[in-house]
Design a binder for this molecule. Sequence first.
Ligand code: SAH
Length: 204
Amino acid sequence: MVREQLVPRGITDPRVLEAMGAVPRNVFVEDALQSQAYGDFPLPIGEGQTISQPYIVALMTQALQLKGHEKVLEIGTGCGYQSAILAHLCEKVYTVERIKNLHIKARRIFDRLTLLNIVCKIDDGTLGWPEYAPYDAIIVTAAGPHIPLPLLDQLADPGRLVIPVGDRISQDLLAVEKIDGVIARTCIEKVRFVSLIGNEGWGS
Ligand code: SAH
């Protein structure tokens, strides 16, 4: 997966490549899909949601430029795969999921893999997680119509945020940087994500 899907497409951060090689993706995928766990595509994880293609997970993670000391907020825990990758690359991961079943399953896997630096909760992640703000990096793994304001507020300065923004069919994957109070955004890829549903996302 690392050699064939990530390196040829420009994933160069050695720490990201190492984490992608270390986290067992199959553990996060249901039994019937085990043979496809490392395939070059997204997979269903139940509740109408998906685990992203490995390349997209690596691209979003690389865009955060993590060095190891950071506090990271993730919106959309899903099956927990992205959270596990982040847990290898920063000090602490705070992850929010709106669907109870997915939250429970992910938490079980974090325990099983003894990923002790992940804390998770069920909530509307478009409101962030104010209690532990500010975050050095924020990653949103579902697509919304705009960047939720609470997330920009809860981003540290300097800080980086990655989020897919667009309509419900296709989006721009934005890398957002806050420096000295100024927000700059760059589109790094055209993507297709499941919808971010909540107060600062889509209605339902
Ligand atoms: N990072 C996940 C991706 C899961 S798909 C993984 O590695 O599997 C995106 C997830 O975002 C879905 O589980 C969906 O339920 C969740 N989601 C959508 N809107 C949300 C919101 N407002 N708050 C928290 N989670 C949300």
